[in-house]
Design a protein around this ligand. Structure first.
Ligand code: NAP
Ligand code: G4F
Length: 345
């Protein structure tokens, strides 16, 4: 039987690595798009290098960029994939306030570039398309759990760019009959999470404090709340979306919500690091250790011009139609992230 061919943009990112692992296990031929960088950016997928060195490798990397139409077009025309997972993005919300135009180009127009390439290459009947959508689309919506029918209200240049990507994916499905799906994924983390996202920053910072390699952790809004799952569970949902009879859009979430402060407390507990929360005269919160030394402090630099205070998802459609559910809860997620971090120190 012919092997299925998948193309993953953003293969060097957190989700790209987990999805590569899943698809290789499922005997796909996996092509990944990586962008050129001055230092090596493949640490998350290095474990598949053995696979690359093998002559009959099922894992092939291509240079490309979401901002560069010819590279996208050429890769698609060469490999004619059965499935495309568009995971590439400037994915950092805070950075999107500093680089709004770059974010729009890579995240919004980048998606359009792939859809147009599918159309021009007449791959509409062959190629299924997954778009990495986000709970940031819901942004400033109420505290109730969001589902596929909840209206969007993005609160960052990143959220706005992803909103374009969402609707252009819906539009190409409706206008040209593409098998195209939006996964509206809530936050998902893992030991492979980028270092500047809050969970990984907390795990790395508190581990170093525990091991006396760092004195303080500076953090932003302690009271933002997120619905955090594990990336491994979430890439499985991406794959499921492309295995259905009809394309559709799905919310993927755990349905449970924690604050940044809760996450800090969970990590401290896992590390057996004693922390005591206090407030100064100006009601600014900080945390000390048993020797009354300040180990966590808030810092204006990490607050955003407009914040998304609450994110909570309702994944009942995915449960019903994809038979998907989350397997790894937040306690297990924290355990895995902490134990991986300790092993690196
Ligand atoms: P990530 O770790 O930041 O990975 C992003 C990937 O995109 C990296 O491979 C990065 O390459 C690549 N990339 C960035 N700009 C690019 C460009 N101009 N051209 C080509 N590639 C580019 O993100 P992630 O957490 O794996 O998330 C995957 C996708 O899901 C993203 O689209 C993100 O916006 C979306 N999403 C994530 C979450 C979440 O909680 N993780 C939730 C909802 C949606 P480098 O390695 O070279 O930087
Ligand atoms: O970890 P974060 O940077 O993730 P954020 O902004 O929720 O975005 C992530 O999830 C989205 C899905 O909802 C993805 F689409 C997106 O690509 C990305 O993966 O921040 C989480 C929360 C925010 O409210 C932020 O203000 O943590 C708060 N926070 C507090 N202190 C901090 C910090 N965030 C970061 N990055 N760094 C801090 O020091």
């Amino acid at each position: 039987m012919l092997k299925k061919i998948a193309l993953i943009t953003g293969v060097t990112g957190q989700d790209g690595a987990y999805l590569t692992e899943l698809l290789l296990k499922k005997k796909y031929v996996v092509h990944g798009v990586k962008r050129r960088s001055s230092s090596i950016n493949t640490h998350r997928i290095d474990k598949f290098y053995k696979e690359i060195q093998n002559k009959n490798s099922n894992f092939i990397l291509h240079h490309g960029d979401m901002m560069d139409t010819p590279s996208i077009y050429n890769i698609l025309s060469k490999i004619k994939p059965n499935e495309i997972y568009n995971l590439a993005a400037q994915s950092h919300v805070a950075v999107s306030f500093e680089q709004p135009e770059y974010t729009a180009n890579a995240d919004a127009l980048g998606t359009l570039r792939i859809l147009e390439a599918i159309r021009h290459l007449k791959l509409e009947k062959k190629t299924k398309f997954y778009q990495a959508g986000t709970s940031e689309l819901f942004g400033g919506i109420s505290k109730k759990p969001s589902n596929e029918k909840t209206p969007f209200y993005p609160r960052s240049p990143y959220g706005v760019a992803k909103m374009y990507a969402h609707w252009i994916t819906v539009n190409y499905r409706e206008a040209y009959g593409l098998y195209a799906c939006n996964g509206i994924l809530f936050n998902h983390e893992s030991p492979l999470r980028g270092e500047t996202f809050v969970t990984q920053k907390i795990v790395k910072g508190l581990t170093k404090i525990k091991l006396k390699k760092q004195k303080k952790l500076y953090i932003g809004n302690l009271y933002a709340r997120r619905d955090w799952g594990h990336a491994r569970d979430y890439v499985y949902a991406m794959w499921l979306m492309l295995q259905q009879k009809k394309p559709d859009d799905y919310v993927i979430a755990t349905g449970k919500q924690y604050s940044i402060k809760d996450f800090i407390n969970l990590v401290a507990k896992e590390l057996r690091l004693k922390i005591f929360w206090k407030k100064n005269k100006n009601k600014k919160e900080f945390a000390v250790n048993e020797n009354n030394q300040i180990i966590i402090e808030t810092d204006k630099r990490y607050f955003r011009p407009s914040e998304v205070n609450h994110l909570l998802g309702d994944a009942s459609k995915a449960k019903r139609k994809l038979n998907w559910s989350t397997k790894i809860n937040i306690q297990k997620l924290v355990q895995e992230m902490v134990s991986e971090e300790i092993s690196k120190n």
